[in-house]
Design a protein around this ligand. Structure first.
Ligand code: SAM
Length: 282
């Protein structure tokens, strides 16, 4: 529902775990329910404010009774109601059950998911995009989204069957970058067709890569960096779709790096060459 068409939200106090609204929110733990509703849960005052300020649609604001009388919580509640979101004031028990952990954040929000449509991926200029082949681990995906945000990448493209970026664990690991980093999803076949038309360089990472990751000419922007699955690496078809296959040289006994670490190493190397990014902070 668009913000413009929504009337003011309603306020409810809920203390029971059997309340149907709470049951529904708790189901957001399940991917199937997130897919069906197009919603997800984000925890923490800062995250909820960042999300609203980035234009994400808040459906429900949830806060602990202890937040009553706290100016910043009540100001956020008033803002949420004005934007059409419902506000639930809940007991500690209910809050802990929604977060599924002890000592949960005092404030949480249920937001509408947002995906970039394939036609919305329009690489240009000195942009850097990251593509992930069948990423499986929620912590890896969250860390990569956060890192992509930190280097000023333009978006993250999920290729094939991947873990859900809107899972609570992934959202947590992004530390708020979920609200700043455009996300798209493509099948492997669509990605290969898309990469074939890429206007700059397409760089795949591979343990058998022939090129040291510091060697490609990353000024041939836009840059598309493709990372492989945690267990299997890149499929042969995806590796063939890249103009260059790079490798990060390693010493010691480890046969590979963690996916999120390898992504960070490559992104910051690319960043050194691919000019400066908007909004850079020192
Ligand atoms: N057994 C897998 C293989 O043979 O490719 C290992 C995959 S590794 C854990 C997951 C991904 O991290 C790789 O597909 C690649 O994208 C990236 N990666 C890890 N170490 C790397 C390295 N030394 N050089 C380049 N990419 C690396």
């Amino acid at each position: 529902m668009s913000e413009a068409r929504r009337g003011p939200g309603r306020v409810k106090e809920v203390t029971s775990l059997t309340n149907p609204i709470i049951k529904d929110i708790r189901l957001l733990e399940k991917k199937r329910h997130r897919d069906e509703t197009g919603l997800f849960l984000a925890e923490g005052m800062k995250l909820v404010i960042d999300a609203i300020e980035n234009g994400w649609t808040l459906r429900t604001l949830i806060y602990a009774k202890a937040g009553r009388g706290q100016d910043h919580v009540e100001a956020l509640a008033a803002r949420s109601i004005a934007q059409g979101a419902d506000v639930l004031i809940v007991s500690e028990k209910v809050l802990g059950a929604i977060a599924r952990r002890d000592n949960p954040q005092m404030v949480m929000g249920v937001f509408e998911q947002r995906w970039l449509s394939p036609s919305g991926i329009r690489p240009s200029g000195n942009e850097v995009w990251v593509a992930l082949d069948r990423v499986r681990d929620p912590g890896n995906l969250g860390t990569i989204i956060r890192t992509a945000d930190a280097v000023g990448a333009k978006g993250v493209i999920l290729v094939g069957q991947t873990t859900d970026p809107f899972a609570t664990e992934t959202v947590r690991a992004t530390m708020g970058s979920i609200f700043a980093m455009p996300l798209a999803r493509l099948s492997e076949a669509d990605f290969i067709a898309f990469a074939g038309k890429w206007p700059g360089i397409t760089v795949g990472t591979h343990l058998k890569g022939a090129v040291d990751y510091r060697k490609p000419d990353y000024t041939k922007t836009p840059v598309l960096l493709l990372m492989g699955n945690e267990q299997a690496g890149l499929t042969d078809a995806l590796a063939d779709a890249c103009s260059t296959l790079i490798k990060i040289p390693q010493a010691g006994r480890a046969d590979s790096l963690n996916l999120a670490i390898a992504t960070g190493v490559c992104l910051f190397e690319i960043r050194r060459h691919a000019l400066t990014f908007d909004g850079e902070t020192s």
